[in-house]
Design a protein around this ligand. Sequence first.
Ligand code: SAH
Length: 216
Amino acid sequence: MEDTYRHKGLRKQLIGLLRQKGIADEKVLEAMESLPRHYFLDKAFEEWAYEDKPFPIGHEQTISQPYTVAYQTVLLDVRKRDKVLEIGTGSGYQAAILALLGARVYTVERQEALYHKAKSLLRELKLGNIRCYLRDGSKGLPEFAPFDRIIVTAGAVEVPAPLLEQLAIGGILVIPVGDPVQRMHRITRISETEFQDEALAAFRFVPFLKGLEKEE
Ligand code: SAH
């Protein structure tokens, strides 16, 4: 893996574009500028890594568009040492951004091949503080709850109840909800029983699916 001046230059341009599109959180922009997105795509598609587009990562899944990663990460408002649950590891890019922001990351993927690939890449990048799980994310990770932050990176038809239950009081859940287009929701847990739900911009994510998908 190599991060050349050319890659760095392209990344700077991408960050400029994200700013133009309204992303203003310097910590998030800094993390995205420091992380080589091309490591998360197959070598043959490196050229595409710094376009503001989603990209196929195999198994009918995509690495989210940089703008979407930035948008969700800003909403999540991660603080250092926060315990963060991500549903939908995919390429591992979003998990890496969260780790760079100082979070303790727990990321869950339902597809075995993607889980293995992301896990070994994240280990190789030595970002620390990221744990990968092969699970159905709709159940969350009850044994590690509560989480300060939860982020879902696949489009859900409804908010899974276990994720609400596993959110700490004062915690934030960012989740795209709807079919076939999703609105981004930011749900804040006010107390044991009260949640504040804000419906924000529209996005189109790959579907949130139930159960595990194993390699044959
Ligand atoms: N955060 C990823 C984006 C991946 S796309 C990245 O940065 O690259 C969404 C991912 O969610 C896919 O890999 C898909 O397999 C996964 N997914 C969908 N439903 C899921 C579920 N119920 N549990 C865990 N992962 C799920």
